[in-house]
Ligand binder design. Structure first.
Ligand SMILES: O=P(O)(O)OC[C@H]1O[C@](O)(CO)[C@@H](O)[C@@H]1O
Length: 273
């Protein structure tokens, strides 16, 4: 079986007609996301590339506990973003500048002023942010990023810049934290080549490695893992996986890390039943 995960191109109103190499958008289609279909062995994680020409909705995702309480099963969505490219002035909105009540949040979502109430951060390639469930957020225009997230498609849209898509105000306000996002806790700068732990549980692990992983990193990656090459081809059980793809390895020892490669490694953590 091939290590290469199948991809899915997702059209979005905020996507791009022309994608950066090695990707390409089919003629006349505005692609916002490239998904790598989660394999059975790492079914808890979804990896995406996201490309924006306009801002995404102002949105929020629920936690596992919240979706389980609603009888939806484990459908929480925490996510994290590694910025690959950002036009000058490109921004991410994360959390609020000041505390807001649910009533104020709802009214601001309805009249659009919620956009200005968010705390917007300028971003550049190498910026990394972890977004816990319940954080109100929005990805701005002019950004390419890699997203690693829990494998859930529950997004509650609070505001969509007047685009004719459904909003989810009741569900969204109910799970939103009306507070600032602790950016110093959840932000890191990731050098293009270099090894660094980006997410260390409790839901998933994410590491960047340049060349072979250290013994410490290797010891944390027992079992199946996802490999996302950033620079150079990575071989999984002899099969070359190039940047722009995502591969599944049954075990770390199946991955051949040449000295000149940089890639992301991801695996899900065991969660209590
Ligand atoms: O509802 P929108 O604006 O299309 O945004 C949904 C997208 O936003 C994200 O949650 C990123 O914030 C993606 O995982 C998701 O596909």
């Amino acid at each position: 079986m091939s290590a290469l995960l199948p991809t899915r191109e997702v059209e979005k109103p905020w996507g791009k007609d022309v994608l950066p190499a090695p990707f390409s958008a089919p003629e006349g289609r505005r692609i916002g996301e490239i998904w790598f279909e989660p394999p059975e062995q790492v079914s808890e994680l979804l990896v995406k590339y996201i490309f924006t020409s306009e801002a995404l909705s102002v949105q929020v995702h629920p936690s596992d506990a919240q979706t389980m309480a609603k009888g939806l099963g484990r459908q929480g969505k925490e996510e994290c973003w590694l910025i690959l490219d950002a036009q000058p002035g490109a921004k991410l909105g994360m959390g609020f500048r000041e505390h807001v009540s649910p009533e104020t949040m709802r009214a601001a979502a309805l009249d659009g002023s919620i956009e200005q109430m968010l705390h917007w951060h300028d971003v550049a390639p190498g910026d990394f942010f972890y977004i816990p469930a319940n954080t109100v957020h929005a990805i701005g225009a002019g950004i390419s990023l890699i997203e690693v997230q829990q494998n859930s498609d529950i997004t509650y849209r609070l505001y969509d810049y007047g685009r004719p898509r459904e909003l989810h105000l009741d569900e969204g306000v109910a799970v939103s934290k009306g507070e600032p996002y602790p950016v110093e806790r959840y932000h890191a700068h990731v050098p293009a080549r270099g090894s660094m732990t980006l997410a260390d549980g409790p839901l998933f692990l994410l590491d960047q490695v340049a060349g072979a992983p250290s013994g410490d990193v290797a010891s944390r990656y027992a079992g199946p893992l996802l490999v996302i090459p950033r620079e150079g081809e990575v071989r999984i059980a002899g099969e070359a996986i190039a940047p722009g793809n995502c591969g599944l390895a049954a075990r770390l020892s199946d991955v051949d890390f040449a000295d000149n490669i940089a890639c992301l490694l991801a695996r899900a953590c065991a969660v209590p039943e």
